[in-house]
Design a protein around this ligand. Structure first.
Ligand SMILES: Cc1cc2nc3c(=O)[nH]c(=O)nc-3n(C[C@H](O)[C@H](O)[C@H](O)COP(=O)(O)OP(=O)(O)OC[C@H]3O[C@@H](n4cnc5c(N)ncnc54)[C@H](O)[C@@H]3O)c2cc1C
Length: 305
């Protein structure tokens, strides 16, 4: 099946989410190519094993409709049926424009998909990950937003072999641009993730989580409860309506372990939980459970590292 992967660039190369979708495309023997959207000058995103088109846009402008005009043209010119993107802010925006251009409904939060001849079926999780459902796509084009960490990343050697298309600035009036600060290890790619929950008691106490994260070179996440309380930005929320992480070590600090949180971290390789309630559901997932007060346990760990 002819397939277009919407690629993303992180730190000048393909994001892990893009590499995960490439791996699935390879495993399904799809006839795929990659179109990557970014504003970097000279990213390393090409490969000997697939065709790559780089749509370069200005980082100071929001030309999504112009970008998607180009993508829709590629889809129509090349007779592409399947379009895959990671469930990220960028791909969600792009797929919504593309779905209008192609008059096809997108399917979001896909955790797997199957191809049978011309038919595409998706597998999604519901009820906080407790149940799966399968649906067959009826639209002319299949537009899938795939949940990050659903597949292992492809191991491809990347180079500078790609075609670049520059997008002209649109005439949209922009009043303000907010740029998300990205410092330190990122949630999606870090081998160690430390997440905080309401059991950190107060926003001020996150400083001890930050200290632990600095010692372990870890990324910091949080539950929806603390994101809603304004302790952390939404971009750090782990769970059903936040990010999915799959680190080697996940440390849950004062987190009850609601199913909506578990969806985003249950596939971590080794889970450590600190909670003062020994009945907290997080302990059912944990490989190592510490029953205790976060405010005394975490400083002790920090002292000993
Ligand atoms: C549609 C929907 C989507 C959602 N999506 C998400 C999502 O993406 N991510 C997410 O996280 N949640 C999500 N939620 C919310 C989720 O249901 C929980 O409410 C949330 O995860 C709870 O966060 P928490 O564990 O920080 O808080 P709580 O559930 O209040 O748990 C706090 C824990 O801290 C412990 N504790 C308290 N004080 C201490 C202390 N001093 N030392 C040690 N332990 C202590 C308590 O024993 C308790 O277990 C969603 C809910 C809905 C309905």
């Amino acid at each position: 099946m002819k397939t277009l992967i919407l690629g993303e660039i992180l730190n000048g190369t393909l994001s892990s989410g893009t590499l995960e979708i490439i791996k699935k495309a390879q495993d399904e023997s799809l006839d795929y190519q990659v179109v990557t959207i970014g504003s970097d000058d000279d990213p390393t995103i090409g490969s000997k094993s697939f065709k790559q088109t780089y749509i370069k846009r200005s980082s100071e402008s929001l030309q999504f409709s112009k970008v998607t005009d180009l993508i829709t043209k590629i889809v129509n010119d090349e007779g592409i049926n399947l379009i895959l993107g990671s469930s990220t802010y960028l791909c969600r925006d792009l797929i919504s424009f593309i779905s209008v251009d192609l008059n096809s409904s997108p399917v979001s939060n896909v955790i797997d998909f199957e191809i049978n001849g011309d038919a595409v079926s998706t597998i999604n999780s519901i009820n906080g990950g407790e149940s799966l459902y399968k649906s067959k796509i009826a639209s002319n084009h299949s537009l899938l937003l795939v949940r990050p960490k659903s597949f292992e990343p492809a191991d491809v050697e990347l180079n500078n072999n790609f075609e670049t298309m520059e997008v002209e600035n649109s005439d949209v009036a922009i009043f303000d641009i907010y740029k998300e600060e990205k410092t330190g290890p990122q949630l999606e790619d870090s081998k160690v993730v430390i997440s905080a929950g309401r059991g950190m008691v107060d926003k001020e106490n996150l400083v001890i989580v930050e200290e632990l994260a600095a010692k372990l070179n870890a990324a910091i996440g949080g539950t929806r409860a603390i994101v809603d309380a304004g302790w952390m930005p939404y971009s750090q929320q782990v769970g059903q309506t936040g990010k999915t992480v799959k680190p080697d070590v996940y440390i849950a600090c004062g987190i009850s372990g609601a199913t909506q949180h578990q969806v985003g971290m249950k596939d971590s390789k080794f889970i450590i939980a600190i909670n003062k309630d020994e009945e907290a559901p997080i302990f059912q997932l944990a490989d190592l459970g510490i029953v205790g007060d976060t405010l005394s346990v975490i400083p002790k760990i920090n002292q000993n590292l």
